[in-house]
Unconditional design. Structure first.
Length: 194
């Protein structure tokens, strides 16, 4: 097995426990974690820059194997003085009149959406909503990653959850792929792949 084994992870995914196990079991097999943006998660796998990746589904499955791992609850992020701060959770109807700062994140657009926002990172979008302008809807792990004192987040109960999965190319014959899958699935060092 030559070279570094490269595992990408989309914003909000947390591969740490699996990487820790890898490094304990395979100290002579280097593993590098590579952060990837959701829009780039497939490209790194397709071009061979990544051996595997924790991706946010859906992805184009042609040429990939993928194991769904866990579901994420969608949340709305708003300035800490926003009306949703008084609620424990909200619905899309509660958000109908709001300006959605990053509409490409959820695929949902409020009925009253008027502004066309320039491209920006999630961190920049959270800064915008912290100023009291608009809202952002993201998976809860992403909201936690960008938590600030001047924003709050609440679950959106009628939006579908998102799924994080482990993906790799179907033409990969690297034994390290199977080893990493085993670690993610909780196999012990002595268990077989069956």
């Amino acid at each position: 097995m030559a070279g570094v084994f490269r595992v990408g992870f989309v914003t909000g995914a947390t591969p740490d426990k699996w990487v820790r196990t890898w490094r304990e079991r395979l100290p002579r097999s280097p593993l590098e974690l590579v952060p990837v943006l959701e829009g780039d998660q497939e490209a790194g796998l397709r071009d061979g820059a990544l051996d595997m990746a924790l991706v946010r589904l859906p992805i184009e499955r042609t040429g990939f194997h993928c194991i769904p791992l866990y579901e994420e609850v969608p949340v709305v992020v708003a300035g800490h003085e926003h009306l949703i701060s008084a609620a424990g959770e909200v619905t899309l109807d509660d958000l109908a009149g709001e300006q959605l700062v990053l509409p490409h994140v959820t695929g949902w657009t409020p009925r009253s959406q008027q502004l066309e926002w320039p491209p920006m990172s999630i961190a920049d979008a959270v800064a915008v909503v912290a100023s009291g302008t608009g809202i952002v809807i993201v998976p809860m792990s992403v909201a936690r990653l960008h938590q600030r004192k001047d924003v709050i987040y609440r679950p959106v109960t009628d939006l579908a959850t998102t799924t994080v999965g482990l993906a790799w190319r179907t033409d990969s014959d690297d034994e390290r792929v199977q080893t990493f899958i085993g670690i993610v699935r909780g196999r012990t060092e002595r268990s077989s792949r069956s």
